[in-house]
Ligand binder design. Structure first.
Ligand code: MUC
Ligand code: MG
Length: 367
């Protein structure tokens, strides 16, 4: 169970349809495949997505952090020394997706070594999750057409709508068009990626008051301390902290200061180990959670459902598990399938990530 090597392989896979939102846009999945190998010959995998607009990490910085900072210090440790591995990685601040990919690849090794699914080791609550699809900025008619396609092809009936544009009427029009087209039984919620001021956010929420939205995520910056608290006090639905709550300390600050009353858990930034801490904090404090999406590919999505399916409170809401459908290709040998609006966690030893060597050779950037 001793770690003998950690590899970080940058790869790039284009999106068929780029995702646009208030803090940026993504045209290519420029991610890093992380593998952890032990002296028993077992290899665990996970992926780290470079999201400079959210965490400041780039593909190059993720590779450098893993190769030059983490791998030399972690090599030689047991995969069961997870707390010590984190203590070592936390000597370097930041780099959340690099650290999380190492964490999840280690869990993959543990599952494979024990012959158990990671989702069972984490909690084993359910065999999968309902899926929520994220709709990026476009004209109302295009966003409605995409939602219809997702419903008709995959049975998805929950949508997270990207908002935060100016004037906010653009987004109000989209949400209204979606509600009118999809009817009352479809769940809609919004994510502003910090695009609005607190007062714009409240005006937009008031303009959408009749649309039965279920969550409002990160509509304005949390750094706008008083304005954000003012907004959350007036918000009639749970206000979700996403990029303002990227670790357990930030989650505590956001919840206790009244800057949010629900939290997006993203395994891409808190791995499995720290996602557990965030979830247990939220459970203990009585804050709702939603399994979020870091514009993940199939590897990242599989990690999200592996964690999300494992606990009762993460399965209450649909998880954001469909972004990979917009990619032109992926690395998994056995692609994920969304059926009747659900995605299954894999009941095989580990996470269930089987890399297709030909696809990796095609998309890797380091050879
Ligand atoms: C989301 O929930 O915000 C876009 C930016 C980011 O950090 O994650 C995505 C989705
Ligand atoms: Mg968000």
């Amino acid at each position: 169970m001793k770690i003998i090597s950690i590899e970080a392989i940058p790869f790039a896979i284009p999106y068929v349809k780029p995702l646009r939102f208030a803090s940026g846009e993504v045209h290519t999945a420029s991610h890093v495949l992380v593998s952890v190998r032990t002296d028993d010959g077992i290899v665990g995998f996970a992926e780290a997505p470079a999201r400079p607009f959210t965490y400041g990490e780039t593909q190059e910085s993720i590779v450098a952090a893993i190769e030059t900072l983490f791998a030399p210090q972690i090599t030689g440790m047991s995969v069961l020394d997870r707390e010590s591995v984190h203590a070592v990685m936390d000597r370097t601040i930041g780099n959340p997706t690099a650290k999380s990919a190492v964490d999840m690849a280690i869990w993959d090794v543990i599952g494979k070594t024990l012959g158990q699914p990671v989702t069972a080791l984490l909690g084993g609550f359910s065999d999968g999750m309902r899926v929520s699809h994220m709709l990026g900025f476009a004209e109302p008619a295009k966003m409605v057409a995409e939602a219809e396609r997702m419903r008709d092809s995959y049975g998805i009936t929950t949508f997270k709508v990207k908002v935060g544009r100016r004037p906010f009427g653009l987004d109000v029009a989209v949400c209204r068009a979606l509600r009118e087209d999809l009817g009352p039984d479809t769940e809609l919620y919004v994510d502003g990626n910090r695009g609005w001021t607190p007062s714009e956010s409240l005006r937009a929420l008031n303009a959408m008051a009749d649309l039965d939205l279920t969550l409002a995520e990160e509509l304005c910056p949390a750094d706008n301390v008083l304005g954000r608290k003012w907004l959350v006090e007036r918000c009639p639905i749970p206000f979700v902290a996403d990029e303002s709550a990227t670790n357990p300390g930030e989650v505590t600050r956001e919840l206790l200061s009244g800057a949010a009353n629900a939290v997006s858990i993203k395994t891409a930034r808190t791995g499995f180990s720290h996602s557990q801490r965030v979830l247990f904090q939220c459970d203990g404090l009585g804050a709702e959670v939603v399994m979020g999406n870091q514009i993940d590919g199939q590897l990242g999505t599989l990690c999200t459902v592996t964690f999300g399916a494992a606990f009762q409170s993460t399965t209450r809401r649909a998880g954001e598990l469909s972004n990979f459908l917009d990619m032109s290709d992926d690395l998994l040998a056995d692609p994920l399938e969304i059926v009747d609006g659900r995605l299954a966690a894999r009941q095989v030893p580990g996470i269930g990530i089987d890399i297709d060597p030909e696809k990796l050779a095609k998309y890797r950037l380091d050879v």
